[in-house]
Structure formats: C-alpha cells, structure tokens
Design a protein around this ligand. Structure first.
Ligand code: AVJ
Length: 323
C-alpha cells in the first residue's frame, strides 16, 4: 500500500527552463566562466555520481557512512525526532541508518525528503514507505536554497543535510543558507550537517580526478545536459577535466579546460561563446571545512554546534547543531 506516501510539487512553473537559462546566461556569458553544479544531475549524472561514491579515491561517502553507523543511535537518543527532514535526499543508504535508529528509538513518525528531482523522490520515497510500515512519507519537490516549505510535520524535527553538499555553496551563500535554516527550525529541532574537512591537497585532488575517469565523465556530463536542454553544440571531448585545489578559499574546484580555441553556439539563449585554448569553465566548487571556522559560521547564522563527530581518520565531520 502506498497511501502513506505523498509527493508535493512546490517548484514554480517553468522552474527548470527559467533557472537553467539564467544560470547559463549569467555563468557562461562572461569570464570567469562558471556553471552551478546542480546541472550535473540528470539521470546519467546521478548514475555517475553514484559510481563516484564507490571509487577508491572518493572517501567522503564512506567516511560519513562510518560516522553514521557509529553515531546514529546516539543521534536518535539526543534528538528523539518525530520527523526526519532530508535535503537533497539522493541515494538512501545513509538515510536508512538514521531511519533505523529513530525507528528503534520509537520516536519517528515521518520522513520528509526534499529534492529538485520528482523522479528521485518518487523512487526513494516509495521504497522507504515499503520498508518502514509505520512511517508516513511526505516528499516535496523544491529547490531548498530558496527556502524550505514545511507544513505540519510533528516535532522535534531532525533536518539532515548530508554528503557535504553544503560545500557546493560559497561562504556568502552558506551564510544566507544557515540563516534561512535557523529561521525555519524552532524549539527542539536540530540540524545534522555532513562536512568534508581540509586535508592533504593530494588526497583531495585524487578524490576529484580518479584514475578510472568517472569524475571526468561526470564533469563533462554538464555539457551533454546543455546540448540537450539548450540545443548547444559543445563537444565534450574537446574539454579536459581538471581538479584544482584552491588554497585561498580552501576548496576543490572542477574545471573543464578547452583543449583548443573553439566556438560554441547556444541557440536557445542566442549566445555564442568564443573560448581560447586553455580557457576554463568552472563547473563546481567543493569547500572543505575546519571545526573552528564552520562552528563560527553556524553561530553567525543562528546555530550552536552541540556535537562534532569525525571518522577514525578525521577526514569528514558530522555535526549536530541547534537553532
Ligand atoms: C555531492 C557535492 C558533495 O562535492 O564532493 C563528487 C559532488 N563532485 N565528485 C562533492 C562531487 C565531484 C560532491 N557533492
């Protein structure tokens, strides 16, 4: 039975076309050329990302999983959450560790995943419904950067934002995001945030430029998306994938570097790009964090960090913060 599952589409009409058009026009129109990472994730991009999470070089998923295995029971005891809200739900392996612990703790009534992909929510939400018989699943299609539409979720609410997706936001965007979250949550609600930590740049560069070339394909996939959605004529093979450690901002960046001078047409935007040989399109930032500065950022945004857990090798942190 699926009557415990609802899917509420809160995206404004024309959301995909409108945001893709303005993102690409703003980002690629002038140098330095950038694209927001959210456009990686069509079906193929999401499959490639799932592959990335199993690569030997890409440690964050395994490190966060290690922390959750160890700490989920504690999280359940500390929060006594009645609702688990999950931002950018993605694959549900880590979610299930939380659902299991909160179910065992006897407090959980509802799972409320939020994502921009209705298809992903549909698939993950129904599976959770099937496997957790007492649970109500209220999925919401929304872009959580612009606010989190909550309704009548029972509290306390545990809002999980895992995988260090927060690293895709720069400092200013994070400040806005944390403030928005703090305004959204109240009383005994808590934030559970996964954050990848600053470490040896060599380890980081390998994690974002794996030997099998999966991350390179993932990076180039955004050009396939623009070709399909905007009628562009990018030749993805004409771009090299480059993983760069930006020491000033302590972040990894993925760039697509034009292997030769080339002209790209984007008919749907009436845009022509003249790219020089060696010119970069920056397709992603992935900020890496330190305990002190992230705690201070959260404080600034209205959160007090109550717990900070890492994996044995201290590569990744999971933190619990209260508004
Ligand atoms: C899903 C945004 C957390 O930044 O590590 C993986 C995406 N990019 N390999 C990350 C990603 C290249 C990932 N996040």
């Amino acid at each position: 039975r699926t009557d415990r599952f609802t899917l509420d589409d809160r995206l404004p009409a024309g959301y995909f076309t409108d945001t893709l058009h303005s993102d690409v026009r703003q980002g690629l129109g002038t140098a330095p050329r950038t694209l927001p990472p959210k456009w990686f994730y069509d079906k193929r991009g999401s499959d490639l990302f799932e592959q990335i999470t199993t690569l030997p070089e890409y440690y964050p998923t395994r490190a966060e999983h290690e922390i959750l295995v160890r700490r989920a029971p504690e999280i359940a005891t500390l929060t006594r959450a009645a609702t688990l809200i999950e931002l950018g739900s993605g694959s549900s392996r880590k979610t299930r560790l939380l659902l299991d612990a909160l179910t065992a703790g006897g407090t959980l009534q509802r799972y409320a995943p939020l994502d921009v992909s209705a298809a992903a929510l549909e698939e993950a939400g129904r599976a959770v419904c099937r496997d957790y018989p007492g649970l109500t699943v209220t999925a919401t299609v929304a872009d959580f950067e612009s606010g989190i539409p909550l309704s009548d979720e029972p509290g306390p609410r545990l809002l999980a934002f895992l995988g260090s997706t927060v690293g895709n936001l720069d400092r200013e965007q994070r400040a806005d995001f944390f403030r928005m979250l703090a305004r959204t949550l109240s009383g005994d609600d808590v934030l559970l945030l996964g954050a990848d930590l600053v470490k040896d740049p060599q380890v980081l560069v390998r994690a974002y430029d794996d030997a099998a070339g999966v991350t390179a394909e993932f990076d180039r996939n955004v050009l396939h998306v623009l070709n399909r959605e905007l009628g562009a004529d990018f030749d993805p093979d004409a771009f090299a994938h480059v993983a760069v450690w930006n020491a000033e901002f302590e972040r990894m960046e993925m760039h697509l570097r034009a292997r030769s001078a080339q002209t790209v047409k984007i008919p749907d935007l009436d845009l022509t790009l003249d790219l020089a040989e060696g010119e970069d399109l920056r397709t992603e930032i992935s900020c890496k964090f330190r305990r002190e500065s992230l705690t201070a950022e959260l404080k600034e945004g209205g959160f007090t960090v109550r717990h900070w857990w890492t994996d044995e090798a201290a590569r990744f942190a999971l933190l619990l913060a209260v508004p």
